[in-house]
Write a protein that binds this ligand. Structure first.
Ligand SMILES: C[S@@+](CC[C@H](N)C(=O)[O-])C[C@H]1O[C@@H](n2cnc3c(N)ncnc32)[C@H](O)[C@@H]1O
Length: 307
């Protein structure tokens, strides 16, 4: 039986079978599932097409947001209908919420909802830009204050750089919907060579669409490992707003990448709420750290030695 598993994570029981394929939105989850369960896993913003005979969707409020759950549920229903596949839903949570989800996606009042959102954002000296985002992609529906603080500090420095540099290579790691990199590109103008990296396929999809709609040329990379081969000491600026839910483990992946990617004299900017926590971690990778306060956040700036 050709089975597609949706919403499963490495901690789940996943049958090891040649006929089973897992879907993951984030490449980190894909790597973790493949490493632990040795099951073929496809990382993509939408469900992969095949001749599925069974689709199993695992969801619940602790696993994903209600919006993402309904969005993926709609995709499962659509795929199951198209392929004539059986659909099983494993809901971790209250019966009432399970019924609500099933009703919205398959009940008599079911209708196809779009959860894509568009919103505006800006930094000083730049026309507001309109960005699109999807459930699962950070940030969805509105700009994140930490990301905006980062964009403001970076754009201010880029505006100063413009007076003596005509070209800048810029790395936006953990780009989400692309807000920081795209505002930086707008601040600097056509000489900014933008590379955006994210581990989440929907973030990469949104950032790619946003760059195209703004007419900004950008290279997009889907990766969770800091893409060692690509980070070649040629970047002038690195910007990152890493997640802090794993203490500083992911921030360290960002800092390692910054250190490798930047050329001597290049600047790394990381934003966080707790500067006292991040500063000693950043000092493992860079000798100096300057702290700029903005919007209740701290942007930690370091310059790579050796220029
Ligand atoms: C706090 S969000 C910031 C998004 C965007 N830069 C902003 O400021 O609005 C962090 C982003 O990092 C991404 N991320 C987490 N771990 C990552 C990794 N190892 N490599 C690349 N991106 C990662 C997440 O998917 C998320 O999009």
């Amino acid at each position: 039986m050709n089975t597609l598993l949706v919403g499963f994570e490495a901690k789940d029981r996943i049958p090891r079978s040649a006929d089973t394929v897992c879907h993951a939105l984030d490449i980190y989850h894909r790597h973790a599932i493949e490493k632990i369960h040795h099951v073929k896993t496809i990382c993509s913003p939408h469900l992969p097409e095949d001749d599925w005979s069974l689709i199993r969707f695992k969801t619940g409020p602790k696993r994903m947001s209600g919006e993402l759950s309904l969005d993926l549920m709609q995709e499962c229903v659509e795929m199951a209908t198209k392929k004539g596949a059986k659909l099983e839903v494993e809901f971790e949570g209250r019966e009432r919420d399970r019924n609500d989800l099933l009703n919205k996606a398959m009940g008599k009042d079911a209708r196809k909802r779009s959860f894509a959102a568009t919103w505006q954002t800006s930094v000083l000296g730049v026309e507001p830009i309109t960005l699109k985002s999807y459930p699962g992609c950070f940030c969805h529906r509105r700009p994140d204050d930490g990301g905006l603080a980062l964009a403001e500090v970076v754009s201010r420095d880029l505006a100063a750089m413009k007076t003596f540099k005509s070209a800048v290579k810029f790395l936006d790691m953990g780009c989400g919907s692309g807000m920081v990199g795209l505002l930086a590109a707008k601040s600097f103008g056509p000489g900014l060579g933008l590379v955006m990296v994210n581990s989440h396929s929907r973030a990469v999809e949104a950032a790619k669409e946003n760059a195209a709609s703004l007419g900004i040329a950008a290279e997009m990379i889907l990766a969770d490992d800091g893409t060692p081969a690509r980070m070649d000491g040629t970047f002038d600026v690195f910007a990152g707003n890493p997640p802090y839910y794993s203490e500083y483990r992911i921030a360290e992946v960002f800092l390692e990448t910054a250190n490798r990617a930047l050329k001597p004299g290049g600047a790394a900017y990381l934003v966080c709420k707790n500067a006292a926590g991040l500063e000693p971690v950043q000092r493992k990778y860079f000798d100096d750290v300057e702290i700029v306060k903005r919007r209740g956040y701290s942007v930690l700036k370091s310059v790579k030695k050796g220029a």
